[in-house]
Design a binder for this molecule. Sequence first.
Ligand code: THU
Length: 135
Amino acid sequence: MSHKALTKTLKDNALKMTEKSFSPYSNFQVGASLCSDSDRIFNGCNVENLAFPVGTCAEEAAIAAMISAGEHKIKEIVIVASKDGKEVPCSPCGACRQRIAQFSDKDTLIRFVDASGTMVAQTISELLPHSFSFE
Ligand code: THU
């Protein structure tokens, strides 16, 4: 698959995932779709809970699916959000930046719609500079 076709597939999957989202409290549907370095695709959506902090993010679900399949590196991840049936900006939250960082390298692309409404591609060092390390 060409790179452009891969990005489109991930974007389509992420959008489909927003329809699976369980988000009755925020009414903010998030979908994430990622491709691992073995070219396998994993998807996830946010899952909210009546006890609010227990809810989980879309990126978290997609990463858990990747790890469950034995894959450990993200080549590309696309995050899409929708509210009231309309696509809206969604920059990954701080915790998800840390989660993505764990399984990324300098070439990993993180695509999402920024606050200006533009789909951007960022690296993890742009999204999470000075990230935590034991060293
Ligand atoms: N959410 C995600 O799924 N990913 C993010 O990166 C940001 C926020 C979800 C959590 C919650 O269900 C809803 O969006 C509103 O915060």
